[in-house]
Design a protein around this ligand. Structure first.
Ligand SMILES: [Ca+2]
Ligand SMILES: [Ca+2]
Length: 364
């Protein structure tokens, strides 16, 4: 099914043209003092590789003029406590899962046209069988400046690209065991989480965790992208997509934990790879929560993305090593995009959460 990305424009990056859209109604009045991190004690058990996120009350989304429309408006929300992986799932961790289960990822399977066509406009002709080959989308930057409206100028379908061969059949993950696993679809991430006795975070859980106890900050660490010139996440410096300067130390993915953690002890919540959540993508989610848009009829369709009306998408958060100041700009806790549920790419991974055995905080 992953071939859907060959036929439809998917939202790896949002065009800068829509950055800065103004919402039509006045935003919900937000109480900036409402950031309350629960003081309930953490569960007594310890889980290796995870930290306790205490839950609480916070401002999700943003009212920033410059933010994308789908991040607005800011809304007050509450979340219960949960455990969260300190870092993105690595190649080594995913390899262990595959060795124990024999799991084959979606990118390694031949796509079926019957599945594919469900996400395409009615009447889309069946492609030639020779096109229906296992593979995935790989970032392949042009050597020169290009217009930023056409993502096909830097995203290329590569037959044989998958988590073990991130750039295609001739590449491998040797030396990248501690990098985040990529080319993972939602189905793959869910299978891993189930095997690990965990689950994928909801978007609310992910954003609360990324904010690290700070309300209304543009970035996970404050309001400046590089305070005192210090890089705090793996993003893209230079002119996207052709000029990847790597001033933060990396032009591709980086080993997990290469940058300082946030105050909850979580690494790479911003940048490195986008992270899948368990939520369907709804471009008007925050507007609906704020009462500025009608409720979504989930029996009709759990997703809403006017830029990609036939795609079934899950929310991804945090931006990646491909988010630049001149394009994407999604290295912020409120940033969000839809990712076709049946597709992985070379800049999307995930991490898991786990519920406590006994809930320590009950809020709504
Ligand atoms: Ca970088
Ligand atoms: Ca990340």
């Amino acid at each position: 099914m992953k071939l859907s990305n060959r036929f439809i424009i998917f939202s790896i990056g949002i065009s800068p043209l829509i950055y800065g859209c103004q919402e039509k109604k006045e935003a919900q009045k937000i109480d900036e003092d409402k950031m309350v991190v629960s003081e309930s004690p953490a569960p007594s058990e310890k889980i290796e590789g995870m930290v306790w996120i205490p839950g609480g009350e916070f401002v999700m989304g943003t009212n920033e003029t410059e933010a994308y429309a789908a991040e607005k408006p800011a809304v007050n929300l509450k979340v219960d406590g949960y455990w969260m992986d300190t870092h993105e799932v690595t190649n080594a961790e995913f390899q262990k899962f595959v060795e124990e289960t024999g799991y084959i990822t979606v990118a390694e399977r031949k796509p079926e046209w019957e599945d594919l066509k469900k996400q395409l406009p009615p009447g889309t002709p069946k492609p030639d069988e020779s096109v229906l080959v296992a593979g995935s989308m790989v970032f392949s930057p042009p050597p020169y400046k290009v217009p930023l409206q056409d993502i096909s100028l830097w995203w290329v379908w590569v037959n044989g690209a998958n988590w073990k061969h991130p750039e295609g059949p001739d590449s491998d993950i040797e030396g990248r065991e501690n990098h985040p696993v990529v080319h993972i679809s939602y189905e793959d991430a869910e299978a891993y989480a189930k095997w690990a006795g965990k689950r994928l975070p909801s978007e609310i859980e992910w954003e609360f965790a990324a904010r690290g106890g700070m309300n209304g900050k543009r970035f996970a660490w404050g309001d400046e992208l590089t305070p005192n010139g210090q890089y705090l996440a793996n993003t893209f410096q230079g002119n996207f997509p052709n000029e990847n300067l790597g001033n933060d130390g990396f032009v591709g993915t980086s080993p997990v934990k290469s940058y300082a953690p946030n105050t909850f002890g979580l690494y790479d919540m911003i940048g490195n790879v986008w992270e899948l959540t368990g939520d369907w993508y709804d471009a008007l989610k925050y507007a609906r929560l704020a009462g500025q848009a009608p409720k979504l009829d989930k029996d009709m369709n759990p997703c809403y993305n006017p830029d990609n009306p036939f795609a079934m998408e899950r929310v991804i958060k945090g931006g990646s090593y491909l988010c630049a100041e001149n394009y994407c700009i999604n290295y912020r806790p409120s940033a969000r995009q839809g990712q076709a549920f049946d597709s992985g790419t070379s800049n999307v991974g995930f991490r898991c959460v786990k519920d406590p055995e006994q809930k320590t905080l009950s809020m709504n």
